[in-house]
Design a protein around this ligand. Structure first.
Ligand code: ADP
Ligand code: MG
Length: 705
């Protein structure tokens, strides 16, 4: 008897040094066609296809009686059409009322064609997949996916859960799912092959799953894995892939490190009296955590090998000053320091802070922001190219195209939590010698896990908040108390407070909760004509956005209505109240990041969460947020309460860029990584590159751009 694993000889279809799959001429032609299709769609190959994992699943394998569907629940109903009508309420819309004997439901469409209206005829049967909301006319699905049937019997339901993939240009999730299905079928028949890169000694004692098993079950879970048990069912398969992914990350960091430190750097001289003078000029004394971390950084800077250090610290812990100290020392050594931030907003904010702190000491601060005129930009580029010792700030565009830094001695990367570290490390290969590199992140990862994951990096941690912080109080309010909240805010603003009003929703869809930014802005303006309101969102010109932020910063606005664009890093200590409008839509870590924008001054901040109908998980999320402000506690609890549908989690909750691994759920796995790395490097060095490529290939290519 062959075991499952042995029947599939797993050979990597991508790597050149492997013999190609030998198969019958007819089938190889289909495989060839398939490869051609992938190429045409811009998918690099079978690995690029199969390692793009579903975001979540939808269960179309069973029907839910309408009467059993609770608010917020998603499911497939089967019912008879009772009435279809075009209404104007106030927008033109198609409303189709259906019932299945246990209850009725309205299907509402804002975009529809007349053929659609005709098909939705009274008496026809319909299957519709959607999420139940409470509308003005009763329970409803908005824009559900549906199929109409004129006669019975109806076709059988699907026999696998439906995977949902990230939308790509020109290709919907369904199309992608069909490609994956085809690839898996070829693998099963042995017409395509994929090497299992994980040595037996690593998998044997903890999982029975082979690579192909894992991929099949992750892409197409059988209905036994009903959505309630999905998470549990998928565990062995998920772990099988998570091990690979974590291993690939760790291996790539090790590789980057060994290449990095093989080069020389600039040993910087630190003049203590100058430095003390600079530190004394800051608006506050350093906390002891900041001081300890600075000493760790300073030791690296003085050495002739390039620093490669990760600085972790919760939101508001005071990481910026360490970037400033690093920059100060660099410029004092006649070098250039580049500070990279993920958004234009942050670049401008840092530019202001750095200016304030560094200019009085004769350290030039430049920034390559979007508002620069062509001429202004050229001037900055010329200064940089001439080797002017200075600090320069920018987004990732700093390391693209026309920017030259002949004296680049240090690179500081801020707010790394949205990207993989590897990506950034690859950006910095400029200059004759290697610059020092400091990466700052607010992702709360427990220390032990960080040690395994970032094995290639030296690590520092700020584990103390600046003194005098009073924790933010957080209050959750149901939708119906909105008016009361607005009245309260109005009096707060009249007494001089400033308020962030954050709207996670991008657009208004009638009948659902939480306001989109423009709607909220309009309502507030009508309700508070005496207050000064501003609004920012991602579709605005960056110059307009910046002007409004500045107005808010200088207290020329009372309320700033914004999308989650302000999530990352924005520091306006005077704004001490935050409303999150439709808080149930956000993940815990994202809520934590947002809330981190307030409570930075010395007065207690207030965070007010407006919520619509809550699923049990959403209720738990808001509850945790009310009880703690500690990022580590929040990350732990986040893991515990994730709903069964949210299989991957981290990606959605603003964590690191993993496809399947979850640093909290997979912590036991993570603990095995150091040994696994060693085993691979020593006994299977030929697998190192292919594994990195399989999981990080696209990212690294992007990074080198
Ligand atoms: P992070 O980037 O880690 O989220 P910031 O560097 O933006 O945090 O600092 C958060 C706030 O705390 C800022 O308003 C900053 O001025 C203030 N701050 C930083 N360090 C100290 C300190 N040692 N004492 C008092 N306030 C500080
Ligand atoms: Mg910051």
């Amino acid at each position: 008897m062959h075991t499952l694993a042995e029947r599939f000889v797993l050979t990597d279809a991508l790597s050149q040094n492997q013999p190609d799959a030998r198969s019958s001429p007819s089938s190889s032609r289909t495989v060839k066609t398939f490869r051609g299709t992938l190429a045409r769609l811009g998918i690099g190959g079978i690995e690029d296809l199969l390692f793009e994992l579903p975001l979540r699943y939808e269960d179309e394998t069973r029907l839910v009686p309408i009467g059993a569907l609770v608010g917020g629940q998603t499911g497939m109903i089967q019912a008879t059409i009772e009435l279809t009508d075009v209404r104007y309420a106030p927008r033109r819309q198609l409303v189709c009322r259906v019932s299945d004997g246990t209850g009725f439901l309205n299907l509402r469409f804002f975009h529809f064609q007349s053929s659609q209206r005709e098909a939705l005829q009274r008496g026809n049967l319909i299957r519709a997949f959607g999420t139940r909301r409470e509308g003005q006319l009763g329970p409803e699905f908005i824009h559900p996916r549906y199929q109409v049937f004129r006669t019975e019997p109806l076709p059988p339901l699907r026999d696998r859960l439906t995977p949902v993939y990230t939308k790509r240009k020109g290709m919907g999730s369904r199309r992608f799912a069909r490609l994956v299905e085809t690839a898996l079928a070829f693998l099963r028949k042995g017409e395509l092959e994929l090497i299992d890169r994980i040595p037996r000694e690593l998998t044997d004692n903890w999982t029975q799953s082979t690579l192909l098993d894992a991929l099949e079950n992750i892409h197409q879970p059988p209905p036994e894995a009903s959505t309630e048990q999905l998470s549990e069912w998928l565990t062995p398969f998920r772990q099988r892939l998570a091990l690979e992914e974590l291993l690939a990350h760790a291996l790539s960091l090790r590789k980057i490190r060994s290449e990095w430190i093989a080069a020389r750097s600039y040993p910087l001289t630190i003049e203590l009296s100058e430095l003390d003078h600079f530190i004394a000029s800051l608006p506050w004394p350093l906390t002891s955590a900041q001081f300890r971390v600075w000493q760790e950084i300073a030791r690296d800077l003085e050495r002739p090998i390039p620093m490669l250090r990760l600085l972790q610290g919760d939101v508001g812990s005071g990481k910026t000053v360490l970037a400033a100290l690093t920059a100060f020392v660099t410029v004092r050594n006649q070098g250039q320091a580049a500070v990279m931030a993920p958004t234009e907003l942050l670049v401008n904010q840092h530019a202001r802070t750095f200016h304030e702190w560094l200019s009085p000491h004769g350290v030039p601060v430049r920034s390559l922001h979007a508002r620069l005129t062509r001429k202004g930009r050229r001037e900055v580029l010329q200064e940089l190219a001439s080797g002017l010792p200075c600090v320069v700030l920018g987004t990732q565009s700093l390391f693209q195209g026309d920017v030259e830094f002949p004296k680049l001695m240090s690179i500081i990367i801020d707010e790394q939590h949205r990207f993989g570290v590897e990506q950034r490390l690859h950006l910095s290969d400029k200059g004759p010698q290697r610059p020092h590199q400091l990466i700052m992140t607010a992702t709360p990862i427990p220390r032990t896990l960080a040690m395994s994951l970032y094995a290639g990096l030296d690590q520092s941690r700020i584990d103390e908040l600046p003194p005098g912080r009073i924790p933010v109080t957080t209050v959750a309010l149901p939708e119906i108390r909105r008016a009361e909240l607005v009245t309260r805010l109005r009096s707060l603003c009249q007494s001089g407070q400033q308020v962030f009003w954050v709207c996670p929703r991008v657009e208004d869809t009638e009948g659902s909760n939480g306001r989109a930014v423009e709607t909220a802005f309009g309502e507030l303006r009508a309700a508070c004509p005496d207050l000064r309101l501003g609004m920012i969102h991602g579709r605005m010109e960056s110059t307009d956005r910046q002007r409004i932020i500045e107005d808010f910063q200088c207290s020329r606005l009372d309320i700033l209505v914004a999308t989650t664009i302000i999530e990352v890093g924005v520091d306006i200590p005077r704004a001490n109240v935050m409303v999150i409008d439709g808080a149930e839509r956000l993940g815990l870590l994202q809520l934590h990041q947002l809330r981190g924008r307030i409570g930075r001054g010395t007065q207690g901040g207030q965070c007010l969460l407006i919520y619509g109908p809550l699923s049990p998980e959403a209720r738990a999320r808001l509850d945790i947020l009310r009880k703690t402000t500690d990022g580590f506690v929040i990350a732990e609890r986040d893991l515990e309460i994730r709903g069964p549908g949210e299989v991957w989690g981290t990606r959605q909750s603003g964590g690191l860029a993993f496809r399947i691994a979850d640093l909290f759920r997979d912590r036991e796995l993570l603990a095995r990584i150091p040994n696994a790395v060693q085993l691979l490097e020593v006994a299977y060095p030929e697998s190192v590159e292919p594994l990195i490529h399989r999981w990080l290939g696209a990212n690294l290519r992007y990074g080198q751009a």
